[in-house]
Design a protein around this ligand. Structure first.
Ligand code: PMP
Length: 453
């Protein structure tokens, strides 16, 4: 039996190597200067990553000249597609001005647009990434409430700050080294589905914030229904804690007003990144005026103060991109969002059917323009699916690259953009069918046992 995983994997790697010689050579070169050959852990996959030359719309060209349908969107940022004309024109014009100005008017304009699109956002501060936005939101919540603890649901990712790199999967451990226990000491893990458990934690009276990714993306898009999320909000706010909605994934992707619009939430604070400036560097913390007032350097309100700053928060190009992107999201309207969600539903159904036709049990979650795939006949729950063996799905995603579809090997994500069409989606489903015809993924699944690890 050990032969199937070795030989199927070897066949997929051979097919990958045969069409990515330039990427292989670049990986060797990159590894001599760039640590590990890439600029972030999730950009690497074995045997070596694909290096991309350029992108347009929903498609990419790699160094070897292969055309790829992009279902990773550069970490879910390219929600409007690559090189979207209105964003490209805005950023081109912005490069005619100085890249960073002291108190530029464009920061106010971006804030005005965000406040107009997201009702819970009455005041805004800008940063450069989702990670920074989460860090700042937690500091603001702690300053406002005078409390230290933060509730984090297991299975969620909220960026690279030490304190939130914990409980990313069902094992509830800290991710990697370099994070002393003292830095996660004020994080309390909870189960999103266990509202009684959350209520018990809140009863201690020492919780500053409950941090919620309403999509539950990292552990597999196991988003609880709106009524559950609204009940959670009620519990949190009744306990005098703040609900911090992390919109880094859901923002602009589920609705122009983000996950909070989609799930009917009214958070105290929320954070944006990724699709906010579609690849330019901009994150935001927004929320109730009374809460955000803690960042006010003039201290006009006379209450607590939280330091919030950052040298590059006002980048001319980033703000131009965000303003153009927000205008596009508004212009798409409900029909544009419904069409993207319908494409994701078609993709989920097509992929599931392809696996089942090849004798592999499969479950797919889809939410907005996102799909997650689980090769299992077991219970469709996060607890079960986050423990599945990863080798079969990793090999499937590597094989998809050989058929012209970029997803992220090492994850089971498919991200669609507003530039994807039904033709792209049918091509991805057809590519999955060819992978399953060519490579015995069923043998890999059988050998891995499909049993939780
Ligand atoms: N929150 C969520 C929900 C995310 O998915 C991510 C990134 N994947 C972050 C925060 C961190 O954002 P960034 O990578 O821009 O720091």
């Amino acid at each position: 039996m050990a032969d199937a995983s070795t030989s199927v994997r070897a066949a997929v790697e051979a097919a990958y190597r045969a069409r990515t010689e330039e990427s292989r050579a670049w990986y060797e070169r990159a590894s001599r200067s760039l640590a590990g050959g890439v600029s972030g852990a999730v950009r690497y996959f074995a045997p070596y990553p694909t290096y991309i030359r350029d992108g347009s719309g929903a498609e990419l060209i790699d160094l070897d000249g292969n055309r790829l349908i992009d279902c990773f969107l550069s970490g879910a940022t390219a929600l409007l597609g690559h090189h979207e004309p209105s964003v490209a024109a805005a950023t081109r014009a912005a490069t005619e001005r100085s890249s960073l100005l002291f108190n530029p008017t464009h920061a106010t304009e971006t804030a005005e647009q965000l406040c107009a699109m997201v009702p819970a956002v009455e005041r805004v501060r800008f940063v450069n990434s989702g990670t920074e936005a989460v860090m700042n939101a937690l500091r603001i919540a702690r300053a406002f409430t005078g409390r230290a603890k933060v509730v984090k649901f297991w299975g969620t990712y909220h960026g690279m700050d030490d304190q939130v790199l914990t409980g990313l999967d069902a094992r509830r451990r800290v991710l990697g080294g370099g994070i002393p226990a003292s830095l996660v000491a004020d994080i309390v893990h909870a189960d999103i589905n266990d509202l009684d458990g959350v209520a018990q934690v809140l009863a201690g009276g020492d919780v500053a914030a409950v941090l919620l990714d309403p999509t539950m993306h990292h552990c597999g898009l196991w988003a609880p229904p709106p009524a559950h999320q609204q009940a959670l909000q009620q519990l949190v706010q009744d306990a005098g804690a703040l609900l911090v909605v992390d919109e880094v994934i859901s923002g602009f992707r589920l609705a122009p007003g983000g996950g909070q619009e989609y799930f009917g939430l009214q958070p105290d604070l929320c954070v944006f990144g990724k699709a906010f400036a579609v690849g330019e560097r901009l994150g935001a913390i927004g929320g109730r005026a009374e809460v955000m007032a803690v960042t006010d350097a003039a201290r006009t309100h006379g209450g607590p103060f939280a330091f919030q700053s950052g040298t590059c928060n006002d980048s001319t190009v980033s703000h131009a991109a965000a303003q153009a992107a927000m205008a596009r999201y508004r212009a798409l309207g409900p029909a544009g969002y419904a069409a993207a969600a319908a494409l994701a539903q078609r993709l989920a159904e097509g992929l599931t059917a392809a696996f089942i036709a090849h004798g592999v049990a499969c479950h797919a979650n889809h939410l907005g323009p996102m799909v997650r795939l689980f090769l299992t006949a077991g219970p469709a729950t996060a607890e079960h699916c986050t423990r599945l063996p990863s080798a079969p799905i990793d090999t499937f995603h590597l094989a998809l690259l050989t058929e012209g579809v970029l997803t992220l090997p090492g994850s089971n994500d498919f991200f669609l953009s507003f530039a994807h069409t039904d033709v792209h989606v049918e091509q991805v489903i057809a590519a999955a069918g060819r992978v399953l015809d060519t490579f015995d993924i069923a043998a890999l699944v059988a050998e891995a046992g499909g049993a939780p690890q």
